[in-house]
Design a protein around this ligand. Structure first.
Ligand code: KG4
Ligand code: ZN
Length: 350
């Protein structure tokens, strides 16, 4: 059973082919990705209309590339999976439209996959895949959630952000520091040269006793700190760009402090979720899962407490087609790709 997966929810066009025959983890036969980052950089963020148009340009050449990698033709595809949401409407329409067109042309079924389920299951493509059950920390640009995962399709929400997502906190802090888009990787690189203790940043809900997150206040704290430093700068605050009067070291210190605040909360709440569920395995997925400080701190805690932490391959942390093809493959193996599940519904029981 070969499944073609198409991802087009935001600013990456991803296509992949997996072989989901048998009961082992579906095998990746080919995958190709085009990132639109360069195109959106000039605008400081994703421009939805440009994103949709670029997906249209990329999706078929990427499909050809994947089939060439696998040494197969279109007729070797047994089913097609596409991201059904959440994401930018126009961007999603490109992937779902192409998936359905291929489905009709080839006479193959088409399955919608929830984007977050793709992220959640992506560590199964790593060299060291997790086994069920586990706690998942899903940290992307749009979501921050902790879930108990008992099997494919068996997800229980333990806690989530009540305002901004962790990736959004990275992106907004980066913007205030005058860093480019996407902010997360840029802020993380700058933070390497900074002192995380130079300035104090809040760790919202750290002691709330539940597993929810709140990151909106951090953006305000970064803004306040940047303004304070700008006022103290010898040339004064009269500048068109807020972050300009800061010295490179001040900027790096703010970046390091903001990153440390986000990471501290993510680590503390993940450990609390493991304790609350009595589970010993944590899976980290989503773009922020690429963050080096988050990985270091989780690994250190894991070593200290005898826990296992699984991550997707770095290249599969951010959006890609492999995770969509994989999620469909795992669902097929679990018998969840027919009836109502064929719509790719992603049920999160409260
Ligand atoms: O999962 P993803 O590619 O897209 C969504 O589904 O949102 O996540 C993108 C998010 C962005 O906010 C980006 O800044 C963040 O992941 N990100 C990072 C890093 N790499 C990507 N944040 C912190 N450190 C990183 N190394
Ligand atoms: Zn994503």
């Amino acid at each position: 059973m070969r499944i073609l997966g198409i991802e087009s929810s935001c600013d990456e066009t991803g296509v992949a082919l997996v072989d989901a025959s048998g009961s082992g983890v579906p095998r990746l036969l080919g995958h190709a990705l085009h990132s639109q980052i360069e195109m959106h950089q000039a605008y400081g963020g994703v421009v939805p209309e440009l994103a949709s148009r670029d997906h249209i340009r990329r999706v078929l050449p990427l499909t050809d590339a994947v089939l060439a990698q696998a040494g197969l033709g279109l007729d070797a595809i047994d089913a097609i999976a596409c991201t059904r949401g959440p994401g930018l409407a126009g961007a999603l329409l490109v992937g779902t439209g192409v998936a359905h067109a291929l489905g009709v042309a080839l006479g193959r079924p088409v399955h919608g996959v929830h984007h977050l389920e793709g992220h959640l299951l992506s560590p199964f493509l790593s060299a060291d895949p997790p086994s069920f059950p586990f706690v998942a920390l899903l940290v992307s640009g749009g979501h921050t959630q902790l879930m108990r995962v008992d099997g494919v399709g068996r997800y229980a929400l333990l806690g989530e952000t009540i305002d901004d997502a962790a990736g959004e906190a990275f992106d907004k802090s980066a913007k205030l520091l005058g860093l480019g888009y996407p902010g997360g990787p840029a802020l993380s690189r700058l933070a390497e040269h900074g002192d995380p203790a130079a300035y104090k940043f809040p760790r919202p809900l750290l002691h709330s006793g539940d597993l929810d997150f709140s990151f909106a206040g951090l953006k305000t704290a970064v803004l306040t700190q940047v303004k304070r430093l700008a006022r103290a700068a010898p040339e004064g605050p009269a500048t068109s760009h807020l972050a300009d009067p800061l010295t490179p070291q001040e900027k790096a210190d703010v970046a390091a402090g903001a990153q440390a605040a986000i990471v501290d909360v993510l680590v503390k709440k993940s450990l609390a979720a493991l304790q609350a569920t009595g589970l010993r395995r944590l899976v980290v997925a989503g773009g922020v899962g690429a963050n080096a400080r988050l990985r270091e701190q989780l690994d250190a805690q894991a070593a200290r407490q005898g826990l296992r932490v699984h991550y997707p391959e770095l290249a599969l942390c951010t959006d890609n087609g492999a995770m969509i093809a994989l999620a469909a493959g795992l669902r097929a193996q679990a018998g969840l790709l027919d009836g109502a599940e064929a719509t790719g519904r992603f049920d999160v029981a409260p």
